[in-house]
Design a protein around this ligand. Structure first.
Ligand SMILES: Cc1ncc(COP(=O)(O)O)c(C=O)c1O
Length: 323
């Protein structure tokens, strides 16, 4: 058998993350929750995958020239992935991020060689709560900088590489690691890229696998509800954008809502009971999976992604005043 060899760079260390059964959290419930530990990627999030795919897809069709500038709007994770991939490949990367996202993210991107542009939030927004309006300001800035520098826009909301990273890798890895025995999947949507890619891979394998989009309570626009709580706490998604270009409606079997409190409680339980130190949106995924096991998916095996590391939230109150 071939011996494992050192990878030529950290880019090759992206992916092939482990899957863990959350058997302590599901005690007393019928069914299983499987969790894919995406925080074990080099940039501590699932977004390393899309950074690699978007850049390598662009290179493959000649959209990138050597040393060209790459620009992206990011809540920090995609930017971290792009900073890693661009740094190794020799592209200059500009990360455009809302000041509402946690400071660790900006520091980490700078450390990895990115130029970080922070965009002020709307006058009535609260730090730590990035709304759709805040994101619109970040988008404006990203478009301006892209035009000024004749840059390549990584455009995670639209680039097929976001979908393809999860369709070609995350989903198939999950199926292999679970012996193909997944009954349901639920995923908190930002761009919807990981939902879309994994759901497509799962449905190719078995169309009966039920796929649920997870949204914040009070910002569940994909489920067709009005927005009453745009400033929710679940960083990385829930932007109340009514249309996510990468998500195919035929892959959505239902929508689930998770409150800030439920996401926080689940993230804290993940840390204390399972030894998995993750962020708000991973808590949202686990809270939604627990809801599925207690209700429509009793007895099923539910798959979730653990999107990023809890280390990215040390400056927030996610880990403060623990009981
Ligand atoms: C922490 C975190 N969770 C969830 C998401 C949403 O993932 P996706 O954009 O694939 O829907 C993101 C996206 O940036 C994120 O950073």
């Amino acid at each position: 058998m071939a011996q494992p060899q050192p990878y030529p760079s950290a880019i090759e260390a992206i992916g092939e993350t482990p899957v863990v059964e959350l058997s302590r959290l599901t005690r007393g419930l019928e069914g299983r929750i499987l969790a894919k530990l995406e925080y074990l990627n080099p940039g501590f999030s699932k977004k390393d995958r899309i950074a690699r795919q978007i850049i390598e897809d662009a290179e493959a069709v000649g959209l990138l020239t050597p040393r060209q500038t790459i620009v992206e709007l990011t809540s920090g994770n995609t930017g971290t992935g792009l900073a890693i991939v661009c740094g190794i490949k020799g592209y200059h990367f500009v990360a455009v991020m809302s000041r509402g996202n946690s400071l660790e993210r900006a520091r980490m991107m700078s450390a990895l060689g990115a130029e970080v542009v922070l965009v002020d939030q709307m006058p009535d927004s609260i730090p730590g709560q990035v709304s759709g309006g805040d994101l619109a300001l970040v988008e404006e800035a990203a478009q301006r900088i892209t035009a000024e520098r004749a840059a390549f826009r990584a455009d995670q909301f639209r680039q097929p590489g976001n979908f393809r990273a999860h369709y070609l890798h995350t989903g198939p890895e999950y199926l292999r690691q679970s012996g193909g025995r997944i009954d349901a999947f639920c995923d908190f949507a930002g761009t919807g890229g990981s939902f879309a890619g994994c759901a497509a891979a799962f449905k190719d394998h078995d169309p009966a696998i039920q796929c649920f989009v997870v949204e914040p309570e009070g910002a569940a626009v994909l489920a067709g509800e009005p927005v009453s709580h745009p400033g929710h706490r679940i960083q990385g998604g829930g932007y109340a954008m009514p249309d996510l270009p990468l998500v195919r409606p035929e892959h959505v079997d239902g929508y689930l809502k998770v409150s800030d409190e439920e996401a926080i409680l689940a993230a804290r339980r993940l840390a204390r009971e399972e030894g998995i130190f993750a962020g708000f949106s991973s808590g949202a995924n686990v809270a939604a999976a627990l809801r599925l096991l207690a209700g429509p998916c009793r007895g099923a095996t539910v798959a979730v992604l653990i999107n990023d590391s809890g280390l990215k939230y040390l400056s927030t109150d996610l880990w403060e005043d623990l009981p």
